[in-house]
Design a protein around this ligand. Structure first.
Ligand code: PLP
Length: 386
């Protein structure tokens, strides 16, 4: 019965938005029900860490978006990455990762997975011959990001997946930068796809989450790892991310169109030395991006100020609309300076090898009016040169 005294009816009394199941546990009517639930013989919920209705609803939407059989959602992108690696790679096995992989993934591989007896090798996954050579030795897993962070190089998922398959390795793609709107790695032969849903999928800078999607059998192994690690996250964050997905195609289309327009204008500006954006014809993998991506090239643009770090300091101080914050993929346009933030701990020679100069900035374009964004960026570019 509702407050009005009527019986709920699917047409009249269903909420348009899903409820938030803000509970840490569920009760059982008797021992038999609990036994059947625990054995997986009947559907139902037990405990928040195992998964709440908000987690499972979100998993269904994300699996459909990536064209996957199943998905498991987690508290952050890093917990999705950690659960995947720890569930699938063990002592004596070897993981091969792109030398340009997301810095958090690299640190986890080097500082944690390696401590548990997993051999970790890095290779430039833009270099086909080098990947072929590296995969001559047995490997359990090959790991790449669709677009490299922060340099925006595009990885050729077609030949990478073929090489991984020939080597008997699982192929995992972090698709955070591209989003399933532009690219679906499973369709290109990836075994699993990973996201930080904190970014474009959530899209509003207000929730933290991650997801792994792929074949049900592997996802179940990763799900058990997530439960053992306690890596689930809260119901409200899952709810916010699911709400964000409602507008995902619209937000991605807007941000990618604005990013392309801004990349073109940045490339033509005299204080900008170089722009890396896969939508620009001068990008080394522009043609690959045209084959791999549909509907745009993503929200992120990398560009280099000719005046190096002093120019970066003046540029950041002069910004009024664009925010200096260590994130990407949200409604608000943000910018970071990788040399002093994500890649600060690296020696200058290591940064140079990754293409990260002192003047490099990574811009993530949000939903603001692109003309207003350009006025802000242009003003800061002028100020950077003073
Ligand atoms: N993967 C990529 C490509 C990222 O850029 C990030 C974060 O910036 C992550 C994973 C980690 O995600 P989270 O911060 O949600 O743990």
């Amino acid at each position: 019965m509702c407050a009005s005294g009527t019986t709920p009816n699917a047409k009249r009394d269903m909420p348009l938005a899903p409820p938030i199941w803000q509970t840490s546990a569920f009760s059982y009517p008797d021992l038999e029900t609990m036994e059947a639930l625990t054995a997986g013989e009947v559907p139902g919920y037990i405990y928040a860490r195992y998964g709440l209705p908000n987690h499972l609803q979100l998993e269904r939407v994300l699996a459909a978006l990536e064209g996957a059989e199943a998905a498991v959602v987690t508290a952050s992108g890093m917990s999705a990455i950690a659960a995947t690696l720890f569930a699938l790679a063990g002592p004596g096995q070897r993981v091969v990762a792109d030398s340009h992989v997301y810095r958090g993934t690299r640190l986890l591989l080097e500082q944690d997975l390696a401590r548990f007896g997993v051999r970790v090798d890095f290779v430039d996954c833009g270099d086909r011959a080098a990947v072929e050579r590296t995969l001559r030795e047995p490997a359990r897993l090959l790991w790449v990001d669709t677009l490299t962070n922060p340099t925006l190089r595009v990885r050729n998922l077609a030949w990478l997946s073929a090489l991984a398959r020939a080597a008997g390795a699982l192929f995992v793609v972090d698709n955070t930068f591209a989003t399933p709107i532009h690219c679906r790695p499973l369709a290109w032969g990836a075994t699993l796809v990973v996201h930080s849903t904190t970014k474009m999928l959530g899209g509003h800078h207000d929730a933290s989450g991650g997801v792994v999607a792929g074949p049900a059998e592997l996802i179940e192994a990763i799900r058990r790892q997530v439960v053992r690690f306690g890596g689930r996250g809260g119901a409200f964050d899952a709810w916010l991310i699911q709400r964000g997905l409602v507008t995902l195609p619209l937000r991605v289309a807007r941000s990618s169109a604005s990013a392309l327009a801004l990349a073109q204008r940045l490339a033509a500006h005299p204080t900008v030395q170089r722009v890396s954006y896969p939508g620009l014809p001068g990008h080394p993998e522009h043609q690959l991006a045209e084959r791999l991506f549909t509907g745009g090239y993503g929200a992120v643009v990398a560009f280099e100020l000719a005046g190096g770090e002093p120019a970066v300091r003046r540029f950041l101080r002069a910004l009024r609309l664009v925010r200096f914050a260590e994130t990407l993929g949200g409604a608000i346009t943000t910018v970071v300076h990788p040399a002093t933030t994500s890649h600060r701990a690296l020696a200058p020679t290591e940064r140079t090898a990754l293409g990260i100069s002192d003047g490099l900035l990574r811009l993530s374009v949000g939903l603001e009016d692109p003309e207003e964004l350009w006025v802000d960026l242009e003003g800061a570019l002028v100020a950077s040169n003073r």
